[in-house]
Design a protein around this ligand. Sequence first.
Ligand SMILES: *[C@@H]1O[C@H](CO)[C@@H](O)[C@H](O)[C@H]1NC(C)=O
Length: 303
Amino acid sequence: MSTSRIFDDYTPKMKTKSRAYLYWNYSRAKLGFPAVFLFCFLFFIAGFLSSSLRSQSQKEVSGVRQRGRQLDSVEYDLMAHGKTGDDSISIIPFQVISWRPRAFYFPKFATPEQCRHIINMARSNLEPSKLALRKGESEKPQNVRTSMGTFLSASQDGTGVLDAIEEKIARATKLPRTHYEDFNVLRYELGQKYDSHLDAFPPEHYGPQKSQRVATFLVYLSDVEEGGETAFPYENGLSMDGSFDFKKCIGLKVKPRMGDGFLFYSLYPNNTIDPISLHGSCPVIKGEKWVVTKWIRDQQSPF
Ligand SMILES: *[C@@H]1O[C@H](CO)[C@@H](O)[C@H](O)[C@H]1NC(C)=O
């Protein structure tokens, strides 16, 4: 039996439970008064510690940000794996944010060092972000997507950080790296935003597609003091009657926080486009937003 290996810094450590065997007959024969006293004392200390821990966690729950339940320490046994499988168990904590859109939050997906590294790689190559052109459109100045950005591939990064992030995205999404576009690093400064849009390409607007975007995985690389949320105005079918202003920041909002991952699907399981995956990036009100996007396709690269 092999014990599973930890996959990265943020996964909870797996512990082996310590076992304490106490043989009553043995203890009764040998324990004198000092030992009994010592036992009582230890029980008192243990009780005191556990109650103070409990009140600590209650304080955190009443704080601004609710603390999720800690994962139990469990020991896992590995299964025999195939040629392309892992010899370790991955634990990647996540929260279902919504089923409409299908959206999942991965707290502390990347480390602060990894985030800073990606920002530094991207910083010197930023250009105004572009829009995918619809049928009959040509490129022109626009006020829909005002961020700056650049594309980076995992192979460009000799330190292996982008490679590690891409591997982890593959484990989190269970979708293979052969279907990934390059990383798109984006910077939104004060007032910059991306109006609501679909990441998938509806053929009625963009013509027939050789491959379609299935899902999007974002890693927020910075905290943003105010604004900059990823917003889904059609959450749970609301505001879909045509009355909704595409420039408004309404609906389900995900606040960017350094290192957090966020996954949503643009297609239904039957491969048609989910209109509720419509989303945008709210204007940054205070601070600066850095995010890296990984678009995942239904066909293998090159697309
Ligand atoms: C695909 O799935 C969606 C959601 O379940 C459904 O509304 C839609 O009608 C389906 N489309 C097709 C072509 O099956």
